[in-house]
Design a protein around this ligand. Structure first.
Ligand code: BGC
Ligand code: BGC
Length: 646
């Protein structure tokens, strides 16, 4: 593959110069990344650490109400420590990475965008590029340099708890979105704004095959053929590399039983050599510790396989000590360490960190007027509008007139935390209240404003009870937030709570009301019963902090014309029954309830026949969860033969 960023002799020369002057200890420090709850600026100074991160839900000082100014102050403290040369070492700026996976989602007050599953439904690369740009700006306000995004997983089994972090089951859609997001975060590699003070370093993750594990198990084993690994799972990397992505994160998962953090043929031979990636590979959170024979504090195999920087949140001291000893003993070749450091310094130079100075002196630092600004929120609201997928619309119920008596029900109606999902302020996205989203809006907020502004009445009753008979009921319900492994499920059955779904819908129907369902979820789930009990059904995914975008589309304009049509189209196939997974376009026997690309517009006939309900609960789980491609096995054997004894 052609390199997106041509080799710059000036940069290469400067990097070589640093390498010649760095001590072994400083080099080992560069390849370590520690977590802010387990590292101080003094540690960064003393060990010359190359990077710090904050994990999901980890905030400077611990409390979730930390202000952008406090993030910036800590960024300055780490930076100053990294530039301190009083011990005779080199001044190399530390980089701070975090998971801003749907906006700068660790910080209260940030613009929270819909999760990637929703962005995939927009199929709108220009919008996605703009989202990357806004996310980078909000990161720069707080002094952060590096985003562990986008996730370019091609998700093949929706039982996976990270399904919503992926754009699609379809490699083409992932390709489209991945490149756009990288260009938004980093700037266009062919323009002068590439990695300038308005942009941040992006990461394509998790290399490789994270979305194709057996049974959709998080951190599981991908047993697809080499062809499928390349044609399906690698699609997003091709686009991200073309867009100039500077870092790639290794996956927790395995391919045919071998952990990616120790997979030299894929990390080094394929990614770096064949695909020409000259940035650096970051490990995942103690991902090296899962390689056989390794622990969180000791893993020469990972660096030898091609991991350039260890994400070693808590055990970085032990890892530093062992890595140093292993370079001294030759177990880690010093050329390999030099290559890792060269890659890290190259990225830091390309990102302008050597000339930009302290985080607080960079152009957007401390610009809290830009943080969660109305302009940024407008982008998120547009994304919400474009991502809604209309699955059922009996008798053209939607869009609704604005002057109606509207009852709004369901446990998702007025819960911004629920509509944001995982990776929102806390790691799991739990424990949040609407007060944690200043200037954000719930779906109810948006409906109330539209209806009350146009002579209608809006009433919120989570349990769906009413005194005055409404003209229509809107029920908002769905999955509660989760992240990673805790989101893994055995089937795709939707289980609603008391005010969460079926009971509510049935009671509203029993009262003879037209019912509009707004379904919040991180994946398609079997909702045959809920579909039967609804007159209209909208899949809203995890829309984020701008709930107003939902009412924008549910209601007509004041003059009764269609304000915004539904333009979202499924980027994942929708199952007929809970055990119908994996379910992906192009596979033998593909028979979804709604295929990839489905989505009604309001003018279309949206009537849906009554769906079988028994199957919703009783259908068996598929025994072979991952159909192996006919072409597969030989290719796999080829790689396996090269790898030698384990
Ligand atoms: C996740 C990564 C994430 C990292 C840092 C890991 O558990 O797999 O996607 O970037 O944590 O928070
Ligand atoms: C996640 C981190 C998170 C941590 C919390 C890890 O698995 O990757 O982002 O901060 O768990 O315990």
């Amino acid at each position: 593959m052609a390199r997106a960023i041509p080799t710059d002799p000036g940069v290469e020369h400067a990097v070589a110069d640093f390498l010649a002057r760095m001590s072994l200890e400083e080099k080992v420090g560069q390849v370590m990344q520690a977590e802010i709850g387990h590292v101080t600026p003094e540690d960064v100074r003393r060990y010359h650490l190359g990077s710090v991160l904050n994990g999901g839900g980890s905030h400077p000082g611990g409390g979730k109400r930390t202000s952008p100014a406090e993030w910036l102050a800590l960024a300055d403290a780490f930076y100053d420590a990294s530039m301190d040369t009083s011990d005779g070492g080199q001044a190399i700026p530390v980089i701070w990475g975090c998971d801003a996976v749907h906006g700068h989602n660790n910080v209260v007050g940030a613009t929270i965008f819909p999760h990637n599953i929703a962005l995939g439904a927009t199929r709108d690369p220009e919008l996605i590029r703009r989202i990357g740009e806004v996310t980078a700006i909000e990161l720069q306000v707080t002094g952060l340099d590096w985003n562990f995004a986008p996730t370019v997983a091609v998700v093949r089994d929706d039982r996976w708890g990270r399904t919503y972090e992926g754009y699609s089951e379809d490699p083409e859609v992932v390709r489209l979105c991945a490149g756009a997001m990288v260009r938004g975060l980093q700037g266009d590699p062919r323009s002068a704004d590439f990695l300038d003070g308005h942009h941040v370093i992006a990461t394509a993750k998790h290399f490789l095959g994270d979305g194709g594990t057996l049974g959709g198990r998080d951190r599981g084993d991908n047993t697809s053929s080499e062809e499928r690994l390349r044609d399906i799972h690698a699609a997003g990397y091709v686009a991200a590399l073309e867009a100039g992505v500077q870092t790639v994160m290794a996956s927790y998962s395995s391919w045919h039983g071998r952990k990616m953090h120790g997979f030299r043929e894929l990390l080094t031979d394929v990614l770096k050599e064949r695909m020409g990636f000259d940035g650096f590979v970051i490990g995942d959170w103690n991902g090296h510790g899962q390689v056989p024979g390794c622990s969180d504090g000791d893993c020469p195999e990972a660096i030898n396989a091609g991991v350039d920087m260890f994400m070693a949140p808590d055990r970085w001291r032990a890892l530093f000590r062992h890595t140093l000893a292993e370079v001294r003993s030759g177990e880690i070749p010093s050329a390999r360490l030099d290559d890792a450091v060269r890659r890290i310094l190259r990225v830091k130079m390309r990102a302008g960190l050597f000339r930009e100075g302290r985080p607080s002196s960079r152009p957007l630092a401390g610009r809290t007027d830009l943080f969660g600004s109305p302009e940024h929120r407008a982008v998120a609201r547009q994304a919400v509008r474009e991502s809604l997928v209309l699955l059922k619309n009996s008798g053209h119920l939607l869009p609704l007139r604005r002057d109606l008596k509207v009852l709004v029900a369901g446990d998702g109606a007025n819960d911004i935390g629920k509509q944001c999902g995982g990776w929102t302020i806390s790691f799991q996205g739990d424990g949040n209240t609407n007060a944690d989203f200043p200037r954000g809006s719930s779906i109810w907020d948006g409906i109330r404003e539209v209806v009350e502004g146009s002579g209608g009445t809006a009433t919120l009753a989570e349990d769906g009870t009413f005194e005055t008979r409404p003209d229509v009921a809107i029920a908002v319900f769905g999955e509660d937030p989760y992240a990673e492994t805790s989101g893994d499920r055995d089937t795709l059955e939707f289980r609603s709570g008391r005010h969460g779904g079926l009971q509510l819908l049935r009671s509203l129907k029993a009262a003879g009301l037209p019912v509009v369902s707004v379904f919040l979820s991180g994946r398609p789930l079997c909702v045959n019963r809920e579909l039967n009990a609804s007159d209209a059904f909208v899949s809203a995914w995890l829309p984020g902090s701008e709930g107003r975008g939902v009412a924008d589309v549910l209601f007509r304009a004041a003059d009764s014309s269609v304000a915004y049509d539904f333009t979202g189209r499924l980027s994942y196939s929708w199952p007929r029954w809970p055990g119908q997974t994996p379910l992906n376009r192009g596979e033998p026997g593909y028979d979804p309830l709604f295929p990839l690309g489905f989505g009604l517009s309001v003018a279309e006939d949206g009537n849906l026949q009554r769906l079988p309900e028994e199957a919703s609960t009783d259908a068996p789980r598929i025994a072979t969860p991952f159909p192996i491609a006919a072409a597969g096995p030989e290719a796999t054997i080829r790689i396996a033969a090269r790898e030698g004894p384990r």
